[in-house]
Design a binder for this molecule. Structure first.
Ligand SMILES: [Zn+2]
Length: 484
């Protein structure tokens, strides 16, 4: 599966608080991308360093902020970076790399203040101090913010039912309960996934034609990301984010053709999954609209193993030009051996280099009706330094099988743990039994590509998956015997 993240380099936005600045003496001002940002508590100058309230980081810089009160630690995530700082501690972390900062975070009147320069620069902005005006100026380094690309209300409104009385006025922003803090995308062979990081709430989706667009309006939301990004997946060419009305953030997906879409909402994430609109799918008998959340527990010893891709579908192409399908098949065959040695009966979706439609894999699995389904894949990222294992399970389903397999692989191979994740991939969505898709590593990274092509490592991964599956089967057996 190919995966790319939309760099949230377009994160910086302006946010005007309605609070008055309760200032007496001269207070430092904060200018973010040419707009004065007013904060409910003023920035502070401590030891010659400007400190800003943590809230500004999430609300004006659009980063994802997490504060651990007990540890007095703050984690800031944006632009694929994670910054970790601790109150009164001069050691900070950028993506787990430690470094010394001269201005540690401070607690002032129960508010957390963080060093502006350190944070701004690590979120890909330039930070300039203007002594004369007594203000700090923060400017996104990637000058990609271009409002002329943003949908004008008239353009987008022609076919939609958006009330025209609601005049858009992005300058007159109100404080909405929700903020869209990040917009990113992910692609695999059959779908484009748009991740909109926003707390759960109301949204409306409108399909527009000429050109084909999908418009997602988030109610009571302010944008924490801004601008236009080239997405260029199978289904989407660009993604734009704009403040359509003071209370509505609008996300426009410029489509390359007709798509079917599905929205999945969790606490902090609205997930838009786009798949091609096909007519042939109607003939496929087993296609429940929403996928199975509750999975059948089968009292048998049969497991279906799927080697991802095959035949005309090479899967991802590795950094040295080798194919994903040439990892998935030998690894899946080794998994078959490892499972059989543990007494399981294994049905392969394919045992040679042939191509199967995704719904064929689903149909095979639902016909065999095993106790579990495992699909083997290798991952790909735009950034060649990304490595690690991730195991996917369908949205809202039980994580037990995924957790056991993921932790088993990590402890055996010592690869980077990219954790268990949920997704709407066809092969884990429409299968009726507990199903996982294992991304065994990144072929876009030279070291991990070499690792994954090594037969000994394939055996290690296969053994680890089999061990995880065996543990899962034990748990299933206990569940089955406890049912009266
Ligand atoms: Zn794949």
């Amino acid at each position: 599966m190919k995966k790319r993240y939309l760099l949230s380099g377009l994160l910086i936005l302006c946010w005007l608080f309605s609070f008055p600045v309760a200032g007496l003496a001269k207070e430092p001002a904060l200018v973010i991308n040419d707009k004065v940002v007013k904060t409910d508590v003023s920035p502070q100058i401590i030891d010659g360093r400007m400190m800003i309230p943590l809230r500004v980081v999430s609300e004006s810089l659009g980063a994802k902020v997490n504060w651990l009160n007990q540890e007095k630690t703050v984690t800031i995530e944006a632009n694929q970076k994670t910054l970790k700082l601790k109150v009164n501690t001069k050691i900070a972390y950028v993506n787990d790399q430690s470094l010394t900062i001269d201005a540690p975070p401070k607690l002032i009147q129960n508010r957390t203040f963080v060093p502006l320069r350190f944070i701004g620069e690590n979120l890909d902005s330039d930070v300039i101090w203007d002594q004369e005006k007594y203000q700090a100026i923060i400017k996104a380094r990637e000058e990609k913010i271009d409002n002329s690309y943003l949908p004008t209300p008239n353009e987008e409104n022609t076919n939609s039912e958006e009330p025209s009385s609601e005049e858009p006025n992005p300058e007159n922003q109100v404080q909405n309960p929700r903020v869209l803090t990040k917009a990113e995308y992910q692609e695999n062979e059959d779908q484009t996934i748009i991740n909109l990081w926003v707390e759960s709430g109301q949204h409306k989706v409108t399909e527009l034609t000429n050109p084909d667009r999908l418009v997602i309006d988030l109610s009571d939301t302010s944008k924490g990301v801004d601008g236009e990004a080239t997405v260029n997946t199978k289904h989407v060419s660009t993604m734009r984010v704009g403040q359509f009305t003071p209370t509505t953030t609008r996300v426009v997906l410029e489509l390359k053709g007709k798509v079917s879409y599905q929205l999945n909402q969790s606490a902090n994430l609205l997930n838009v999954v786009l798949v091609p609109k096909t007519t042939s799918d109607n003939s496929s008998s087993q296609q429940p609209g929403e996928g199975y959340v509750h999975r059948v527990i089968n009292d048998n010893n049969i497991i279906v193993v799927d080697a991802g891709h095959g035949g005309k579908d090479s899967g991802g192409v590795g950094i040295s030009g080798r194919y994903e399908k040439d990892i998935t098949l030998p690894t899946a065959l080794k998994l078959k051996t490892a499972l059989e040695s543990r007494g399981f009966q294994v049905e392969m979706t394919r045992s040679d280099d042939t191509f199967l439609e995704l719904m064929d894999i689903v149909n095979i699995t639902n016909r065999v009706n095993p106790f579990a389904f495992v699909s083997i894949h290798a991952n790909k990222a735009g950034n060649p330094s990304v490595t690690g294992v991730e195991t996917y399970t369908f949205y809202g389903t039980d994580h037990t099988l995924a957790d056991l397999v993921q932790s088993s692989i990590i402890s055996k191979t010592q690869q980077v743990d990219r954790k268990v994740k949920e997704a709407g991939f066809v092969v884990i969505k429409y299968t009726q039994v507990p199903s996982i898709l294992v991304e065994t590593g990144f072929i876009s990274n030279q070291g991990e590509e070499d690792f994954l092509f090594d037969p000994n490592n394939q055996t290690q991964i296969a053994e680890a998956i089999a061990e995880g599956v065996a543990k899962f089967k034990e748990i299933q057996n206990k569940t089955l015997t406890s049912i009266p």
